[in-house]
Design a protein around this ligand. Structure first.
Ligand SMILES: NC(=O)OP(=O)(O)O
Length: 316
């Protein structure tokens, strides 16, 4: 089976969201053991990852040191997070595969995602990045032109432009590596936002793409059977945060769209995860899963997690 797994950037930080190197290395090492188990079981795996906390930290470092070293644009920060997290993942994955006696190896691609320069996401920033701030600190930065949203129980978080992903430009290379037996790390942080200019040339553009939506795209482009969005809960739930909260198990595309319409899921959080797995099931006929990292194998076998499956054919 060909499986695409999306690992959240928040899963690679401590609860304070600071993304210390040791927290990230530990989280990646844990994830690598579980992913290696799937590879040894005979699956082809493409792993993608978030970068919200990491790209926010890099952007802030750029801004703080701008009078000393030339700052780089946000898409360069995104590329840097792909390299750093990718390198961590390669060593962790290859180590886990070797310990299991597997001779399969991993490969990480610096990878771009095509977006439309006219996407409304450029004028309405929605993607939360970086650390959480108290309201008074956020208000000062808002006065200086930055955009923030309040995240319940966590604090205030900066938001940046986040256009829709249209095409994973390096998808064919990922497909080739998968066919050669590599465990592929690709499209980290949603991919480096890239636009095609009128003359046909490609160039980066400042934004952070939602990695769950890009995961659905790369899963489609590489003909995956299953897309797993790995997060910190076993399932998406209805009526989240209330006494009526219930886990969502196996649902069809139409059922999941109805649940989304009726109650909504948090933007920048469960919302894009639900949209990603629903799109994937709708567009490919595969299964889209939301579950926690430690439950991936059970969810793929159909035992738990939120599993979105295609609608049954309409009888004639
Ligand atoms: N780029 C992105 O969606 O990252 P997170 O999953 O860390 O928010």
């Amino acid at each position: 089976m060909r499986i695409v797994i999306a690992l959240g950037g928040n899963a690679m930080t401590s609860s304070d969201g600071r993304a210390r190197p040791e927290d990230q290395a530990q989280a990646v090492a844990q994830a690598a053991e579980l992913v290696a188990d799937l590879v040894v079981a005979g699956h082809d795996v493409l792993l993608t990852h978030g970068n919200g906390p990491q790209v926010g930290n890099l952007l802030l470092k750029n801004e703080l040191s701008a009078s000393v070293v030339p700052p780089v644009p946000l898409d360069w920060c995104g590329a840097q997070t792909q390299a750093t997290i990718g390198a961590l993942m390669l060593s962790a994955l290859d180590g886990a595969l070797t310990r299991r006696g597997s001779d399969r190896r991993s490969a990480a691609l610096v990878s771009r995602t095509l977006v439309d320069a006219a996407d409304p996401g450029f004028t309405d920033p929605t993607k939360p990045i970086g650390r959480y701030l108290p309201e008074d600190e956020a208000r000062v930065l808002i006065e200086h032109g930055q955009h923030f949203v309040e995240v319940p129980d966590r604090g205030w978080r900066r938001v940046v432009a986040s256009p829709e992903p249209l095409e994973c430009l390096d998808g064919p290379a990922a497909d080739t590596l998968l066919a050669q037996g590599y465990l592929v790390v690709c499209s980290g942080g949603g991919g480096i936002p890239t636009v095609r200019r009128d003359d046909g040339s490609l160039s980066g553009i400042e934004a952070v793409i939602d990695k769950d939506l890009t995961a659905a795209l790369i899963a489609r482009q590489t003909s995956a059977d299953v897309l797993v969005i790995a997060t910190d809960v076993d399932s998406a739930v209805t009526d989240w945060g209330t006494a009526h909260a219930r886990p969502i198990g196996e649902v069809t595309v139409a059922e999941m769209r109805a649940i989304s319409r009726d109650q909504g899921f948090a933007a920048g959080s469960m919302g894009p995860k639900v949209e990603a797995v629903t799109r994937f099931a709708e567009q490919t006929g595969g299964t889209g899963i939301i579950t926690s990292l430690s439950r991936i194998a059970q969810a793929i076998e159909g035992h738990l997690g939120t599993r979105v499956v295609p609608d049954p054919p309409v009888p004639r």
